[in-house]
Design a protein. Structure first.
Lengths: 253, 281
């Protein structure tokens, strides 16, 4: 049974790259309006898991997925176009990756690809999404300048604005602060806390403290398997599995 | 050996090698300009040859070469770029794409006279285009295809992968991604390939020998099914086949061919730098 509030429900998800198994038989639900964080060492499959949720995993040649992922009860493979899925489920990557366009054009890129040409609609989306990502005040006077000239933290918030412009349901963050200084990191985290009122957030991070700060629930991945999933406070205070406690106390990873 | 001395010797050797590379270019240019410049005149450039090519101009040959180059580019660039886009963006690494890549490499190694024979067999005889601008252009076009495809492939492959991933992640389709986030950044590289192909198409003699080039045809072509004179072949003819042509006419023809190629290159380079400069912000 799919619980009515589950945004994503994942059943029996396995991913192979060639013969190599990167995710093994994953079963979990992601609730609407929560920040679901995934922690784990390198090669634990957490980024692959994120890329399954918007099917970017399809870009990896020789990747094979089995199992089922449902978004609001609809199978994301059989039930919808991949372009529509990716508009609903936006992703912010580890490195700030603005396209070599202006700030404005970066934000409206997705809308333009949808065929939206109405200038007022585009202008509105730019202002709304920049306000939502707390970048508006800093860039409102130079929307037509190169996005590449922004600082790393600003670029990362621009990448958030870029997916917010398309009115998504779910925001995926793939170690979004790994290349940022502590102040920029704090800003991104604050923004996430506000955004979860409206969106469902899945955050993959290799910063254990970050998961503890922002996560509602946290999953610990190890070598392609989910070792433990519980409320963040419980996972960090009383982990059920010894491997989890070893990882969060820094014994390996 | 003293490392400072070794450094000096290495520097001297490499500088000499570099100068030796530049030297032939300079010598060729100086000789052609010195011997040919006196022949260049309005009349030489823009009038018909007369008296068995011993007098008059070389206008039909200039125009013929321009037509042939244009035809070859019109044929080869769209075909080559589309093939490169397919190979880089769509095909996966399987036996078919490897076979295609292998044949492109081999196509580049075929001697130009073989292209001439191929053009004669296919376009002139089989398709009954006759010896014509169409046959010559298509033959030259096939000859420059490998250059076009290879440089377009390199240009596409040098576009960072994350442009594609970001574009797709924002809900763009595959073709939209290629059209808006890949091709614009590959365009300068694609144009470089076009420039290289253009120079080769203008200068080759063998491929047009059996397919289009006229020995002596003092009139302008009326359609793509007409024969035409062309500069490289004309140069060969007046240098070796017809006695009694003044030396400055021969070198003048070479100078015109050289200038034409340089001019076409220059135009393409200007277009390319415009694209490079045209940032969309």
């Amino acid at each position: 049974m799919v619980k009515p509030t589950a945004k994503f429900s994942i059943r029996g998800l396995s991913v192979h790259y060639g013969r190599h198994c990167v995710l093994r038989d994953l079963n979990l639900d992601i609730q609407a309006n929560e920040i679901f964080t995934v922690i784990g060492p390198a090669n634990s499959g957490k980024s692959t898991f994120l890329n399954c949720l918007n099917r970017l995993v399809d870009l990896v040649s020789a990747s094979r997925c089995s199992g089922e992922i449902r978004l609001d009860g609809i199978d994301i493979r059989g039930g919808m176009e991949v372009e529509a899925l990716r508009r609903k489920v936006g992703i912010v990557f580890a490195l700030p990756l603005p396209l070599p366009l202006s700030i404005y054009e970066n934000i409206v890129y997705g809308m333009r690809m949808q065929g939206i040409r109405d200038a007022t609609l585009l202008d509105e989306a730019v202002e709304r999404s920049l306000r939502e990502s707390y970048l508006w005040e800093e860039v409102k006077d130079r929307l037509r300048t190169a996005a590449m000239n922004l600082s790393g933290g600003q670029q990362q918030r621009l990448c958030m604005a870029r997916i917010l412009a398309g009115r998504p349901d779910v925001l995926l963050f793939d170690e979004p602060t790994s290349g940022l200084d502590p102040i920029s990191t704090a800003k991104i985290e604050e923004t996430m806390m506000v955004l979860k009122e409206k969106y469902t957030i899945v955050l993959v991070t290799n910063n254990v403290a970050q998961a503890a700060r922002v996560g509602d629930r946290t999953a610990f991945f190890l070598m392609g398997e989910m070792v433990e999933l519980s409320d963040t406070s419980k996972l960090f205070t009383a982990p059920a599995d010894s491997r989890t406690s070893d990882y969060i106390t820094g014994k390996f990873g | 050996m003293n490392p400072r001395l070794a450094q000096k010797i290495a520097h001297a050797v490499m500088l000499t090698a570099t100068l030796l590379v530049v030297l032939p270019v300079l010598v060729i240019l100086v000789i052609i300009v010195a011997k040919g410049a006196s022949a260049i005149s309005w009349d030489f450039l823009f009038s018909m040859p007369r008296d068995g090519m011993t007098a008059g101009g070389i206008f039909p040959a200039i125009l013929g070469t321009l037509y042939l180059v244009l035809g070859a580019i019109l044929f080869a660039v769209p075909l080559g770029v589309l093939a490169a886009v397919y190979l880089v963006e769509y095909s996966s690494d399987n036996w078919f794409s490897r076979l295609v890549k292998l044949s492109i490499v081999n196509l580049a190694g075929v001697p130009s006279v073989v292209y001439g024979l191929f053009g004669l067999g296919i376009f002139v005889t089989f398709f009954r285009f006759g010896a014509s601008i169409l046959s010559g252009s298509l033959t030259l076009g096939i000859m420059i295809l490998p250059v076009i495809i290879t440089s377009a492939r390199e240009a596409l492959e040098s576009v960072p992968r994350h442009f594609r991933v970001v574009s797709l992640s924002l809900g763009a389709s595959r073709w939209q991604t290629i059209r808006h986030s890949v091709l614009p950044h590959a365009l300068p590289g694609i144009l470089t390939g076009m420039i290289l192909g253009l120079g080769r198409a203008a200068g080759e003699t063998a491929p047009i020998l059996f397919t289009v080039a006229a020995f002596y045809l003092p009139r302008l072509p009326h359609s793509v099914f007409d024969q035409t004179m062309a500069l490289p072949y004309h140069l060969y003819v007046i240098s070796t086949q017809v006695p009694g042509i003044a030396e400055n006419v021969r070198y003048g023809t070479a100078l015109v061919l050289l200038s034409l190629v340089l001019l076409l290159n220059l135009a393409a380079i200007l277009v390319r730098s415009r694209f490079r400069g045209k940032k969309k912000w």
